[in-house]
Design a protein around this ligand. Sequence first.
Ligand code: PGA
Length: 248
Amino acid sequence: MKVVIADNAEDMSRKALALIERLLAGIAEPCVVLPTGNTPLGLYAAAVQAGPRGALARARYVQLDEYLGIAPDDRRSLARWADTVLLRPLGIGRDRLIAFDPAAPDAEAEALRVEREARRHGLDLALLGLGPNGHLGFNEPGSAFDSVSRVVPLTPASIVSNAVYWGSEADVPRQAFTLGLGTLATAKAAILLVTGAHKAAILRRVLLDPPSPEVPATCLRLLTNATVVADRAALSAVPADVLARMAA
Ligand code: PGA
């Protein structure tokens, strides 16, 4: 796995956007996994600023995760969030977002529908954030590396971390859809975005621990084209000699 070292969150967004442009150059309509969270917000703003010819403006998206058991227009819908922070500002219609229906009556069938759609289009890039417990999407610790899209219960840790977005823990839905780790592994390239000292301990484990479902993001180490783009604060627990070896 390669590591791109950024000075701070703003630099991380800039370097991630440059890498995305390189990876997706020449692909007319790249298919990109779209993550939720605070980490990618700067990147999304940079993509909007870059204008309509940028790779993220000509992309089709697959939603990484979504809550289950809420109305599609609920304020907590992650597709609605994606629409607000990235898709609408880029002029991308909902028809270019492959999304889980949070109100689907048969949730397992809905997860498999999205899995089929993702595989039919083929993922050019899995853009990812890192959970404080090492999760990718809602692939919580214990998720198998070959898992596919499915319904999962939120862990207590994710309920706490998601409460930051919605006001309180009581506001966080208890179940969610997520693309699987095996789904993400089909992507031609993956980028893990990480910023902040609060992610330093988990990022060290992602980069140095033996790959194991205990830290789901270690699955990226088994891919041939995965890059971590992280700021110095997030990389502060990685020994300098190890970082020098991994630096892209
Ligand atoms: P964050 O969330 O970007 O808000 O830190 C990442 C995650 O939990 O997947």
